[in-house]
Write a protein that binds this ligand. Sequence first.
Ligand SMILES: C[S@@+](CC[C@H](N)C(=O)[O-])C[C@H]1O[C@@H](n2cnc3c(N)ncnc32)[C@H](O)[C@@H]1O
Length: 235
Amino acid sequence: MFRGRRYFSFSFNYCIFAQNLERFMSIDNRLDEYIAAHSSPEGDYLYRLYRATNVEILNPHMASGQVQGRLLKLLVKMIRPKRILEIGTYTGYSAICMAEGLDSDGKLFTFEIDDELEDFTRRWIEGSPVADKIVLTIGSALDIVPTMGEKFDLVFIDGNKREYTAYYELALEHLNKGGWILADNTLWDGWVIDEKRQDAQTNGVRAFNDLVRNDERVEEVILPLRDGLTIIRKK
Ligand SMILES: C[S@@+](CC[C@H](N)C(=O)[O-])C[C@H]1O[C@@H](n2cnc3c(N)ncnc32)[C@H](O)[C@@H]1O
């Protein structure tokens, strides 16, 4: 009898937990759909690039997607940079979004270390309506940017999470006063607050977040959009 009641209580509580979890998750999913439906569409070209990325390329979740892509474009329109640096092109989705927001005399320099992506990414960038505003370089941004002699008004950090602190120092060094840094994935699936996660990528994101927070040269805020997007302004 006692065991039966315990079992009943356990299974009853489990059912409530499962129902709440399902409700919570479906609200979450439905909210994502609502946000996407009430944000500007990405347009046919980016839609086809996103689909091709999902069908032909490994790890398609790395592409920014419609909502973050629209945010990047709007932030570029607000900041009105003349020179943008992107660290981590992948298939070019975010590069094209930011280039859409650039004025006609603006340029975006994007770096991708993985040469196996070059054929796909170059074809999609060069075939895009904003091709003339984008310069794609295959190689590590950490090695090449210091040799360019360029200053930037906006840097989008979206490369290897283990290298985020190095990208940050690179970005600050090559950023004009009053310039902006956007850093993607700074909540890293929520793992930044899970002490059990001690892998190099999670620790890389944590080190970056701590470094930025303690740096008097900048002011910053983390937006809980998608996987976390930090907006940083160099004073
Ligand atoms: C998350 S993906 C970029 C996604 C892309 N920005 C978008 O939103 O569509 C990260 C990319 O950074 C590249 N990467 C990693 N380390 C890099 C480095 N040091 N320099 C340039 N690219 C790098 C990876 O090969 C990968 O393709």
